[in-house]
Design a protein around this ligand. Structure first.
Ligand SMILES: *Cc1c(COP(=O)(O)O)cnc(C)c1O
Length: 422
Protein backbone atom coordinates (compact mmCIF):
# COMPACT_ATOMS: atom_id res chain seq x y z
CA UNK A 1 0.00 0.00 0.00
CA UNK A 2 2.71 2.45 1.06
CA UNK A 3 4.74 2.17 -2.18
CA UNK A 4 1.83 3.38 -4.24
CA UNK A 5 1.02 6.48 -2.20
CA UNK A 6 1.83 9.83 -3.76
CA UNK A 7 2.79 13.09 -2.16
CA UNK A 8 0.42 15.40 -4.03
CA UNK A 9 -2.81 17.17 -3.25
CA UNK A 10 -4.37 15.64 -6.36
CA UNK A 11 -3.58 12.17 -5.02
CA UNK A 12 -5.02 13.00 -1.57
CA UNK A 13 -8.18 14.18 -3.31
CA UNK A 14 -8.32 10.97 -5.29
CA UNK A 15 -8.12 8.95 -2.06
CA UNK A 16 -11.01 11.01 -0.70
CA UNK A 17 -13.07 10.29 -3.78
CA UNK A 18 -12.43 6.57 -3.39
CA UNK A 19 -13.17 6.65 0.35
CA UNK A 20 -16.31 4.65 1.07
CA UNK A 21 -16.78 6.47 4.37
CA UNK A 22 -16.39 9.99 2.96
CA UNK A 23 -20.06 10.83 3.38
CA UNK A 24 -19.74 10.49 7.14
CA UNK A 25 -17.66 13.66 7.39
CA UNK A 26 -20.85 15.62 6.72
CA UNK A 27 -22.47 13.85 9.69
CA UNK A 28 -20.19 15.87 11.99
CA UNK A 29 -19.77 19.49 13.01
CA UNK A 30 -16.22 20.41 11.99
CA UNK A 31 -15.02 23.35 14.14
CA UNK A 32 -14.21 26.52 12.20
CA UNK A 33 -11.33 28.97 12.48
CA UNK A 34 -11.88 32.70 12.94
CA UNK A 35 -11.52 33.19 9.19
CA UNK A 36 -14.44 30.84 8.61
CA UNK A 37 -12.36 27.95 7.26
CA UNK A 38 -12.61 24.52 8.81
CA UNK A 39 -9.94 23.49 11.28
CA UNK A 40 -7.70 20.57 10.42
CA UNK A 41 -9.02 18.63 13.37
CA UNK A 42 -6.66 15.77 14.26
CA UNK A 43 -7.50 15.48 17.92
CA UNK A 44 -10.20 12.79 18.03
CA UNK A 45 -7.94 10.93 20.48
CA UNK A 46 -8.68 13.65 23.00
CA UNK A 47 -12.22 14.80 22.21
CA UNK A 48 -14.19 13.39 19.29
CA UNK A 49 -16.31 15.76 17.22
CA UNK A 50 -20.05 16.17 17.62
CA UNK A 51 -22.29 14.17 15.29
CA UNK A 52 -24.96 16.46 13.88
CA UNK A 53 -27.69 14.06 14.96
CA UNK A 54 -26.69 14.32 18.62
CA UNK A 55 -28.73 17.46 19.10
CA UNK A 56 -31.87 15.74 17.83
CA UNK A 57 -31.35 12.75 20.13
CA UNK A 58 -30.88 14.98 23.18
CA UNK A 59 -33.77 17.24 22.18
CA UNK A 60 -36.04 14.20 22.06
CA UNK A 61 -35.28 13.47 25.71
CA UNK A 62 -35.74 17.11 26.69
CA UNK A 63 -39.13 17.06 24.94
CA UNK A 64 -40.19 13.86 26.66
CA UNK A 65 -39.09 15.26 30.00
CA UNK A 66 -41.02 18.49 29.34
CA UNK A 67 -44.14 16.63 28.25
CA UNK A 68 -44.13 13.60 30.48
CA UNK A 69 -42.25 14.43 33.65
CA UNK A 70 -41.67 11.32 35.69
CA UNK A 71 -43.80 9.23 33.33
CA UNK A 72 -40.91 9.44 30.88
CA UNK A 73 -39.32 6.56 32.78
CA UNK A 74 -41.85 4.27 31.16
CA UNK A 75 -43.59 6.35 28.45
CA UNK A 76 -40.79 8.27 26.72
CA UNK A 77 -40.17 7.32 23.13
CA UNK A 78 -37.10 5.58 24.48
CA UNK A 79 -38.13 4.84 28.07
CA UNK A 80 -35.56 6.02 30.60
CA UNK A 81 -35.83 3.06 32.91
CA UNK A 82 -34.13 0.59 30.55
CA UNK A 83 -32.31 3.32 28.58
CA UNK A 84 -28.82 1.92 29.11
CA UNK A 85 -29.96 -1.32 27.48
CA UNK A 86 -30.47 0.56 24.19
CA UNK A 87 -26.71 1.08 24.04
CA UNK A 88 -25.49 -2.40 24.89
CA UNK A 89 -25.77 -4.13 21.55
CA UNK A 90 -23.95 -1.46 19.51
CA UNK A 91 -21.35 -0.98 22.21
CA UNK A 92 -20.80 -4.73 22.45
CA UNK A 93 -20.00 -4.84 18.72
CA UNK A 94 -17.43 -2.07 19.09
CA UNK A 95 -15.52 -3.87 21.85
CA UNK A 96 -16.11 -7.41 20.62
CA UNK A 97 -18.24 -8.60 23.50
CA UNK A 98 -21.63 -10.15 24.17
CA UNK A 99 -24.26 -7.51 25.02
CA UNK A 100 -24.56 -8.96 28.50
CA UNK A 101 -20.85 -8.36 29.10
CA UNK A 102 -21.03 -4.59 28.62
CA UNK A 103 -22.72 -1.71 30.33
CA UNK A 104 -22.48 2.06 29.96
CA UNK A 105 -22.26 3.74 33.33
CA UNK A 106 -20.35 6.29 35.43
CA UNK A 107 -17.05 7.55 34.05
CA UNK A 108 -13.81 5.79 33.23
CA UNK A 109 -11.86 6.25 36.45
CA UNK A 110 -14.92 5.44 38.56
CA UNK A 111 -15.40 2.23 36.62
CA UNK A 112 -11.74 1.37 37.01
CA UNK A 113 -12.15 1.62 40.78
CA UNK A 114 -15.34 -0.45 40.78
CA UNK A 115 -13.63 -3.13 38.73
CA UNK A 116 -10.61 -3.21 41.01
CA UNK A 117 -12.87 -3.54 44.03
CA UNK A 118 -14.06 -6.80 42.49
CA UNK A 119 -11.01 -8.02 40.62
CA UNK A 120 -8.16 -6.90 42.82
CA UNK A 121 -8.36 -9.01 45.94
CA UNK A 122 -4.84 -9.06 47.37
CA UNK A 123 -3.62 -11.78 49.68
CA UNK A 124 -0.44 -11.67 51.75
CA UNK A 125 1.33 -13.65 49.02
CA UNK A 126 -0.29 -12.30 45.88
CA UNK A 127 -0.83 -8.56 46.04
CA UNK A 128 1.10 -6.77 43.28
CA UNK A 129 -0.32 -4.91 40.29
CA UNK A 130 1.49 -4.41 36.97
CA UNK A 131 0.79 -1.31 34.88
CA UNK A 132 2.63 0.35 31.99
CA UNK A 133 5.29 2.77 33.17
CA UNK A 134 3.76 5.35 30.87
CA UNK A 135 0.17 4.72 31.93
CA UNK A 136 -2.22 7.66 31.85
CA UNK A 137 -1.91 9.52 35.17
CA UNK A 138 -5.47 8.81 36.29
CA UNK A 139 -4.93 5.07 35.94
CA UNK A 140 -1.73 5.22 37.93
CA UNK A 141 -3.35 7.27 40.69
CA UNK A 142 -6.31 4.89 40.80
CA UNK A 143 -4.10 1.82 41.05
CA UNK A 144 -1.86 3.38 43.71
CA UNK A 145 -4.87 4.36 45.78
CA UNK A 146 -6.28 0.83 45.56
CA UNK A 147 -2.97 -0.53 46.85
CA UNK A 148 -3.00 1.96 49.72
CA UNK A 149 -6.63 1.14 50.43
CA UNK A 150 -5.46 -2.42 51.09
CA UNK A 151 -2.55 -1.13 53.21
CA UNK A 152 0.03 -1.95 50.57
CA UNK A 153 2.86 0.46 49.89
CA UNK A 154 2.89 1.24 46.15
CA UNK A 155 6.70 1.15 46.32
CA UNK A 156 6.33 -2.55 47.00
CA UNK A 157 3.05 -3.35 45.28
CA UNK A 158 3.22 -1.42 42.02
CA UNK A 159 5.29 -2.89 39.19
CA UNK A 160 5.99 -0.77 36.15
CA UNK A 161 6.26 -2.39 32.75
CA UNK A 162 8.80 -0.06 31.20
CA UNK A 163 9.26 0.90 27.58
CA UNK A 164 12.71 0.20 26.15
CA UNK A 165 15.14 3.05 25.74
CA UNK A 166 15.87 2.34 22.12
CA UNK A 167 12.33 2.47 20.75
CA UNK A 168 10.21 3.87 23.59
CA UNK A 169 7.83 0.92 23.25
CA UNK A 170 6.73 -1.75 25.71
CA UNK A 171 7.75 -5.30 24.78
CA UNK A 172 5.76 -8.35 25.86
CA UNK A 173 9.07 -10.15 26.43
CA UNK A 174 9.83 -7.66 29.21
CA UNK A 175 6.42 -8.34 30.76
CA UNK A 176 7.23 -12.05 30.57
CA UNK A 177 10.46 -11.33 32.38
CA UNK A 178 8.62 -9.48 35.16
CA UNK A 179 6.23 -12.41 35.49
CA UNK A 180 9.13 -14.84 35.46
CA UNK A 181 10.68 -13.00 38.40
CA UNK A 182 7.64 -11.99 40.48
CA UNK A 183 4.74 -13.94 38.99
CA UNK A 184 3.69 -15.58 42.25
CA UNK A 185 3.22 -12.19 43.86
CA UNK A 186 1.22 -10.52 41.10
CA UNK A 187 -2.55 -10.35 41.53
CA UNK A 188 -3.51 -8.15 38.60
CA UNK A 189 -2.26 -7.03 35.21
CA UNK A 190 -3.91 -3.67 34.52
CA UNK A 191 -2.85 -2.49 31.08
CA UNK A 192 -4.06 0.13 28.62
CA UNK A 193 -4.80 -1.54 25.30
CA UNK A 194 -3.50 1.42 23.33
CA UNK A 195 -0.97 3.62 25.03
CA UNK A 196 -2.10 7.25 25.08
CA UNK A 197 1.41 8.58 24.55
CA UNK A 198 3.05 6.25 22.05
CA UNK A 199 -0.10 5.05 20.30
CA UNK A 200 1.18 1.48 20.69
CA UNK A 201 -1.52 -1.20 20.62
CA UNK A 202 -0.59 -4.20 22.73
CA UNK A 203 -1.17 -7.83 21.96
CA UNK A 204 -4.09 -8.23 24.36
CA UNK A 205 -4.51 -11.91 23.66
CA UNK A 206 -0.93 -12.71 24.57
CA UNK A 207 -1.01 -10.53 27.67
CA UNK A 208 -4.24 -12.10 28.88
CA UNK A 209 -2.99 -15.64 28.33
CA UNK A 210 0.24 -14.81 30.06
CA UNK A 211 -1.57 -13.41 33.10
CA UNK A 212 -4.09 -16.23 33.34
CA UNK A 213 -1.42 -18.90 32.96
CA UNK A 214 0.27 -17.49 36.05
CA UNK A 215 -2.86 -17.13 38.16
CA UNK A 216 -3.48 -13.40 37.74
CA UNK A 217 -6.53 -11.48 36.67
CA UNK A 218 -6.23 -9.22 33.66
CA UNK A 219 -7.96 -5.91 33.00
CA UNK A 220 -7.62 -3.34 30.21
CA UNK A 221 -8.23 0.37 29.89
CA UNK A 222 -9.52 0.93 26.37
CA UNK A 223 -9.65 4.75 26.54
CA UNK A 224 -7.46 5.20 23.45
CA UNK A 225 -8.53 1.99 21.79
CA UNK A 226 -12.31 2.03 21.86
CA UNK A 227 -13.81 3.16 18.56
CA UNK A 228 -10.28 3.03 17.18
CA UNK A 229 -9.23 -0.63 17.29
CA UNK A 230 -11.29 -3.79 17.75
CA UNK A 231 -10.19 -5.19 21.13
CA UNK A 232 -12.21 -8.44 20.83
CA UNK A 233 -12.67 -8.51 24.58
CA UNK A 234 -14.67 -11.72 24.81
CA UNK A 235 -12.34 -13.75 22.66
CA UNK A 236 -9.24 -12.24 24.22
CA UNK A 237 -10.68 -13.40 27.52
CA UNK A 238 -9.93 -10.29 29.60
CA UNK A 239 -11.55 -10.36 33.02
CA UNK A 240 -12.67 -6.76 32.80
CA UNK A 241 -12.19 -3.58 30.80
CA UNK A 242 -13.15 0.07 31.12
CA UNK A 243 -13.29 2.97 28.67
CA UNK A 244 -14.64 6.45 28.05
CA UNK A 245 -16.91 7.58 25.22
CA UNK A 246 -15.72 11.13 24.56
CA UNK A 247 -12.55 10.28 22.59
CA UNK A 248 -13.02 8.19 19.44
CA UNK A 249 -16.62 7.49 20.44
CA UNK A 250 -17.68 11.11 19.88
CA UNK A 251 -20.21 11.23 22.71
CA UNK A 252 -19.42 14.64 24.19
CA UNK A 253 -17.12 16.11 26.83
CA UNK A 254 -17.11 14.14 30.06
CA UNK A 255 -19.70 11.70 28.74
CA UNK A 256 -20.26 8.35 30.43
CA UNK A 257 -17.83 5.46 30.47
CA UNK A 258 -18.20 1.82 29.51
CA UNK A 259 -17.41 -1.34 31.35
CA UNK A 260 -16.87 -4.97 30.36
CA UNK A 261 -17.08 -7.96 32.67
CA UNK A 262 -16.32 -11.29 31.08
CA UNK A 263 -19.19 -13.74 30.98
CA UNK A 264 -17.28 -16.14 33.23
CA UNK A 265 -17.86 -13.70 36.10
CA UNK A 266 -21.49 -12.91 35.19
CA UNK A 267 -23.15 -14.90 37.93
CA UNK A 268 -20.48 -14.92 40.57
CA UNK A 269 -22.32 -13.52 43.55
CA UNK A 270 -19.32 -14.09 45.78
CA UNK A 271 -17.28 -11.42 44.06
CA UNK A 272 -16.90 -8.44 46.34
CA UNK A 273 -18.36 -5.32 44.84
CA UNK A 274 -19.56 -1.86 45.69
CA UNK A 275 -23.24 -1.84 44.80
CA UNK A 276 -26.24 0.39 44.26
CA UNK A 277 -29.90 -0.08 43.41
CA UNK A 278 -29.42 0.00 39.63
CA UNK A 279 -27.39 -3.20 39.82
CA UNK A 280 -30.22 -5.01 41.59
CA UNK A 281 -32.49 -7.59 39.97
CA UNK A 282 -34.85 -5.58 37.75
CA UNK A 283 -37.90 -7.65 38.73
CA UNK A 284 -37.70 -6.60 42.37
CA UNK A 285 -35.73 -3.33 42.16
CA UNK A 286 -38.71 -1.19 43.08
CA UNK A 287 -39.90 -3.33 45.96
CA UNK A 288 -37.03 -1.71 47.81
CA UNK A 289 -37.14 -4.25 50.60
CA UNK A 290 -35.09 -7.11 49.23
CA UNK A 291 -31.56 -8.13 49.98
CA UNK A 292 -29.23 -7.04 47.18
CA UNK A 293 -29.54 -9.46 44.29
CA UNK A 294 -27.18 -8.49 41.44
CA UNK A 295 -28.29 -8.58 37.84
CA UNK A 296 -26.38 -11.24 35.97
CA UNK A 297 -23.63 -9.74 33.81
CA UNK A 298 -22.01 -6.31 33.65
CA UNK A 299 -25.28 -4.54 34.55
CA UNK A 300 -24.91 -5.96 38.04
CA UNK A 301 -22.15 -3.42 38.67
CA UNK A 302 -24.36 -0.38 38.03
CA UNK A 303 -24.85 1.97 40.94
CA UNK A 304 -27.27 4.73 40.01
CA UNK A 305 -30.02 5.45 37.56
CA UNK A 306 -28.16 6.95 34.64
CA UNK A 307 -28.03 10.46 33.14
CA UNK A 308 -30.31 10.16 30.10
CA UNK A 309 -29.08 13.30 28.31
CA UNK A 310 -25.55 11.98 28.22
CA UNK A 311 -26.74 8.55 27.13
CA UNK A 312 -28.76 10.11 24.33
CA UNK A 313 -25.50 11.53 22.95
CA UNK A 314 -23.93 8.08 23.13
CA UNK A 315 -26.92 6.56 21.33
CA UNK A 316 -26.54 9.13 18.56
CA UNK A 317 -22.86 8.37 18.17
CA UNK A 318 -23.31 4.61 18.21
CA UNK A 319 -25.92 4.95 15.46
CA UNK A 320 -23.23 6.56 13.29
CA UNK A 321 -20.83 3.70 14.09
CA UNK A 322 -23.50 1.14 13.24
CA UNK A 323 -24.17 2.77 9.89
CA UNK A 324 -20.50 3.02 8.99
CA UNK A 325 -19.63 -0.48 10.24
CA UNK A 326 -16.63 -0.93 12.48
CA UNK A 327 -14.73 -3.11 10.00
CA UNK A 328 -14.93 -0.34 7.39
CA UNK A 329 -13.83 2.22 9.94
CA UNK A 330 -10.79 0.15 10.85
CA UNK A 331 -9.93 -0.43 7.20
CA UNK A 332 -9.93 3.30 6.50
CA UNK A 333 -8.08 3.94 9.74
CA UNK A 334 -5.20 1.75 8.63
CA UNK A 335 -5.04 3.41 5.25
CA UNK A 336 -5.29 7.04 6.35
CA UNK A 337 -2.73 6.45 9.11
CA UNK A 338 -0.36 4.79 6.67
CA UNK A 339 -0.81 7.77 4.36
CA UNK A 340 0.08 10.13 7.19
CA UNK A 341 3.12 7.98 7.92
CA UNK A 342 4.16 8.02 4.26
CA UNK A 343 3.92 11.80 4.06
CA UNK A 344 5.78 12.35 7.31
CA UNK A 345 8.52 10.00 6.15
CA UNK A 346 8.95 12.16 3.07
CA UNK A 347 10.09 14.92 5.40
CA UNK A 348 13.67 14.82 6.51
CA UNK A 349 13.99 11.69 8.71
CA UNK A 350 16.53 13.40 10.92
CA UNK A 351 13.94 15.86 12.06
CA UNK A 352 10.96 13.66 12.83
CA UNK A 353 10.93 10.35 14.57
CA UNK A 354 7.64 8.44 14.64
CA UNK A 355 7.50 6.65 18.00
CA UNK A 356 4.32 4.72 17.20
CA UNK A 357 4.93 1.19 15.85
CA UNK A 358 5.34 0.90 12.08
CA UNK A 359 3.20 -2.22 11.91
CA UNK A 360 -0.45 -1.13 11.31
CA UNK A 361 -1.64 -4.04 13.48
CA UNK A 362 0.23 -2.59 16.45
CA UNK A 363 -1.39 0.82 16.35
CA UNK A 364 -4.68 2.60 15.80
CA UNK A 365 -5.01 5.89 13.95
CA UNK A 366 -2.70 7.92 16.19
CA UNK A 367 0.89 8.67 15.26
CA UNK A 368 3.11 10.18 17.93
CA UNK A 369 5.99 12.11 16.46
CA UNK A 370 9.05 13.29 18.20
CA UNK A 371 10.30 16.49 16.57
CA UNK A 372 14.05 17.05 17.00
CA UNK A 373 14.98 20.38 18.55
CA UNK A 374 11.38 21.52 18.56
CA UNK A 375 9.83 23.52 21.30
CA UNK A 376 6.19 24.26 21.91
CA UNK A 377 6.52 27.25 19.62
CA UNK A 378 6.28 24.97 16.58
CA UNK A 379 3.08 23.52 17.89
CA UNK A 380 1.67 26.97 18.70
CA UNK A 381 2.24 28.09 15.12
CA UNK A 382 0.54 24.93 13.84
CA UNK A 383 -2.41 25.80 16.06
CA UNK A 384 -2.47 29.35 14.73
CA UNK A 385 -2.62 27.97 11.20
CA UNK A 386 -5.72 25.96 12.02
CA UNK A 387 -4.40 22.56 13.10
CA UNK A 388 -5.99 21.06 16.20
CA UNK A 389 -3.66 18.42 17.58
CA UNK A 390 -2.02 17.56 20.85
CA UNK A 391 1.38 18.45 22.25
CA UNK A 392 3.16 16.50 24.99
CA UNK A 393 6.26 17.93 26.61
CA UNK A 394 9.08 17.92 25.79
CA UNK A 395 8.82 17.29 22.04
CA UNK A 396 5.99 14.98 20.97
CA UNK A 397 3.07 15.83 18.69
CA UNK A 398 0.17 13.39 18.66
CA UNK A 399 -1.82 13.32 15.44
CA UNK A 400 -4.93 11.19 15.12
CA UNK A 401 -6.86 11.18 11.84
CA UNK A 402 -10.26 9.82 12.87
CA UNK A 403 -11.61 7.71 10.01
CA UNK A 404 -15.22 8.82 10.48
CA UNK A 405 -14.62 12.50 9.82
CA UNK A 406 -11.04 13.13 8.73
CA UNK A 407 -10.15 13.27 5.06
CA UNK A 408 -6.95 12.39 3.25
CA UNK A 409 -6.78 16.09 2.40
CA UNK A 410 -6.72 16.92 6.12
CA UNK A 411 -3.70 14.70 6.46
CA UNK A 412 -2.01 16.13 3.37
CA UNK A 413 -2.63 19.74 4.43
CA UNK A 414 -1.32 19.07 7.90
CA UNK A 415 1.95 17.59 6.66
CA UNK A 416 2.41 20.45 4.17
CA UNK A 417 2.04 22.92 7.03
CA UNK A 418 4.41 20.99 9.25
CA UNK A 419 6.98 20.81 6.47
CA UNK A 420 6.80 24.55 5.87
CA UNK A 421 7.48 25.22 9.55
CA UNK A 422 10.43 22.90 10.04
C1 LIG B 1 -8.74 9.80 28.78
C2 LIG B 1 -8.24 8.82 29.74
C3 LIG B 1 -8.67 8.80 31.08
C4 LIG B 1 -9.63 9.84 31.60
O1 LIG B 1 -10.37 9.33 32.67
P1 LIG B 1 -11.78 9.98 33.08
O2 LIG B 1 -12.15 9.21 34.28
O3 LIG B 1 -12.72 9.78 31.92
O4 LIG B 1 -11.56 11.43 33.33
C5 LIG B 1 -8.17 7.82 31.91
N1 LIG B 1 -7.29 6.89 31.47
C6 LIG B 1 -6.85 6.88 30.18
C7 LIG B 1 -5.88 5.83 29.72
C8 LIG B 1 -7.29 7.85 29.30
O5 LIG B 1 -6.83 7.85 28.04
Amino acid sequence: MIDTFQNTLAYAKKLDEQDELRKFRSEFHIPKQKNGEEHIYLCGNSLGLQPKRTQKYIQQELNDWANLGVEGHTDAQHPWMPYHEFLSESMAKIVGAKPKEVVVMNTLTTNLHLMMVSFYQPTSKRYKIVIEADAFPSDKYAVESQLKFHNIDPKDGLILWKPRQEDKLCHVEDLEQIIHEQGDEIALLMIGNTNYYSGQFYNMHKITQLGHKHGMLVGFDLAHGVGNIQPNLHEVGADFAVWCTYKYLNSGPGSLGGCFVHERHANNKNLKRFVGWWGHNKATRFNMRHEFDPISGAEGWQLSNPPILSMAAIRASLAVFDEAGFKNIRTKSKKITSYLEFLVDEINHEKINIITPRNPNERGCQLSMQVKDADKNLFDVLTEKGVVADWREPDVIRIAPAPLYNSYQDVFNFVELLKSLL
